[in-house]
Design a protein around this ligand. Structure first.
Ligand SMILES: CC(C)(COP(=O)(O)OP(=O)(O)OC[C@H]1O[C@@H](n2cnc3c(N)ncnc32)[C@H](O)[C@@H]1OP(=O)(O)O)[C@@H](O)C(=O)NCCC(=O)NCCS
Length: 141
């Protein structure tokens, strides 16, 4: 496969994202991206989007609201590539700390985040509709 690239999409390109996941509908995604400090990144390969990430960039802190590789492309190392490129980009943008929350049941995401250095810094009990706890994680760049 040719090398995938990190791209930043503008708001008019939201429609390019096929929402396979049930986390956000188009409306929620639009709402998240309304703020001036919101950024939409994607991993693209030969014109095709492989996944996307929603980041709020506030001063030297970034909040990773969503990070996804679309289902047909998962478990092939693309999440790791995407995360590596995203961290480099945020470093270039002078971000010093990234925070996120993730379900403690989401093993693939947890492993990926821990692999790149995120640490568990807190927990919110029964946070998700299925009753699972949210882990709060952060990494210092
Ligand atoms: C989390 C996600 C982005 C990972 O993407 P991916 O392309 O499958 O990730 P990779 O193939 O690079 O694997 C990264 C790490 O995840 C873990 N992993 C991958 N597949 C796994 C599986 N089936 N079970 C458990 N862990 C797995 C491994 O630790 C792997 O690292 P390793 O290859 O060094 O062992 C992807 O599963 C996804 O989009 N999930 C749905 C959206 C989501 O839940 N996002 C998180 C929101 S907080």
């Amino acid at each position: 496969m040719p090398k995938p690239r990190l791209v930043e999409l503008n708001r008019s390109e939201i429609g390019e994202i096929p929402l396979f996941s049930n986390r956000y509908g188009k409306k929620e995604l639009n709402n998240l991206l309304q703020r001036d400090f919101a950024k939409l990144f994607a991993l693209r390969c030969e014109g095709r989007l492989l996944g996307y990430a929603v980041v709020w960039l506030i001063g030297k802190e970034a909040q990773l609201h969503w990070f996804e590789i679309f289902e047909p492309f998962r478990y092939k190392g693309l999440g790791s590539i995407f995360m590596g490129k995203l961290l480099s980009q945020l470093r270039k943008e002078k971000v010093e700390r990234i925070i996120l929350e993730v379900s403690e049941k989401n093993t693939p995401a947890l492993r990926l985040y821990e692999k790149v250095g995120f640490k568990r810094v807190g927990m919110r009990k029964n946070y998700y509709p299925d009753g699972s706890n949210a882990l709060l994680m952060e990494v210092t760049l």
